[in-house]
Write a protein that binds this ligand. Structure first.
Ligand code: SF4
Length: 340
């Protein structure tokens, strides 16, 4: 199988059907023991200081690992990817542009998928077989999510890690499924989190300091029960075809489409407060205006750049936010949602 780098979640079923092994370059970047080194590779190549760290990290991974094929998402993710793609071309890589439809529409998605299968020399029938092969794995990811928000048995970090990893199933969906089943089994024997912990939602792109953020919040008596985009990567509404699955996937579309998923989930998961993460120099930060207009809960907007641990300043802001949430609901209790 030929490795193909992907710049965000894409219809990996088509890539698999075409004989590729998709690797999410974001996940490789952020799991590296020294991600700063990868950012430096890009800056040495001339990427500006005021360019998003994820873009630079992706470039660093591709250069360091000598990846030759990259599927670059040009619509539905990040406008910077267009220029990143041009630089990859300059370096002699085989780049395949992929554009999500500009709005969620099953017929548009169907045409988009057909065009991708043609480009990669496979068929939609073969890609549908891959979708069916992933069905059980996606259901397990959903189960993990329920064990997080409903049963309080899985941590916010575990939820983040396993859901974000569905973008490429860690390069081997069978192994991913085996390890996730094991975790689910093990979590059922755990003592649930206390009911009086604050319940948080995390919206926005995955952060550069996730490894530090989630345990820090738990240490402060709050846990993340909703990881918005990570959950979307796992395709919580798969429908009965690839076209349906990638139409109900909200991330590539407008914030209003994302809110149709976010608002009911905030209610269902009985969220007390929302953390909106924005990446420095990212256009998505502007969406904060819209989130604040529609979400009727306290929101803390935090920004990360290329600092892979929480800064002292951020810790203080998080602490103050949690204090405010506690003061807002002093007698707050969280009866278990199980059965309710
Ligand atoms: S965080 Fe924003 S700027 Fe960075 S890659 Fe993602 S969409 Fe692009």
């Amino acid at each position: 199988m030929t490795t193909i780098g992907i710049t965000t979640t894409v219809p990996i079923e088509v890539l698999m059907a075409a004989g590729y092994k998709p690797v999410d370059l974001n996940n490789v970047f952020i799991s590296d023991p020294d991600p700063e080194r990868l950012v430096n590779v890009a800056e040495k190549a001339g990427f500006p200081l005021n360019c998003c760290a994820w873009i630079k990290g992706i470039y660093g991974v591709v250069m360091e690992q000598g990846i030759q094929d990259v599927l670059c998402v040009t619509t539905g993710d990040c406008s910077n990817t267009i220029m990143l793609m041009e630089v990859f071309r300059l370096r002699g890589l085989n780049v395949i542009p992929f554009a999500f439809p500009d709005r969620p529409s099953i017929s548009h998605m169907q045409r988009t998928l057909e065009s991708l299968t043609e480009t990669l020399g496979t068929t939609l029938e073969e890609a549908e077989k891959a979708r069916q092969a992933f069905e059980k794995t996606r259901r397990l990811a959903d189960e993990l999510d329920e064990l997080t928000w409903r049963d309080g048995l899985v941590s916010g970090w575990e939820n983040h890690y396993w859901l974000v990893s569905t973008s490429d199933f860690m390069g081997d969906h069978t192994e991913y499924e085996r390890r996730l089943s094991q975790l689910i089994e093990e979590s059922r024997g755990r003592k649930p989190y206390p009911d009086d912990m604050l319940r948080l939602a995390y919206i926005g792109v995955p952060s550069v300091f996730g490894k530090d953020l989630y345990p820090y919040l738990e240490g402060q008596g709050a846990r993340v029960v909703f990881n918005e985009i990570q959950r979307q990567f796992a395709m919580p509404n798969p429908g009965s075809s690839l076209a349906e699955q990638y139409t109900s996937y909200t991330y590539p579309y407008s914030i209003f489409d994302r809110l149709k998923d976010i608002l009911p989930q905030l209610r269902l998961r009985r969220v007390d407060g929302v953390i909106h993460y924005v990446q420095a120099f990212c256009h998505r930060g502007i969406g904060d205006i819209i989130f604040r207009h529609y979400i009727d809960l306290p929101i803390l907007t935090i920004e990360g750049n290329a600092d892979f641990m929480l800064t002292h300043h951020l810790r203080t802001r998080l602490e103050a936010f949690l204090d405010m949430l506690r003061r807002r609901a002093p007698a707050h209790v969280h009866p278990k949602a199980r059965g309710s």
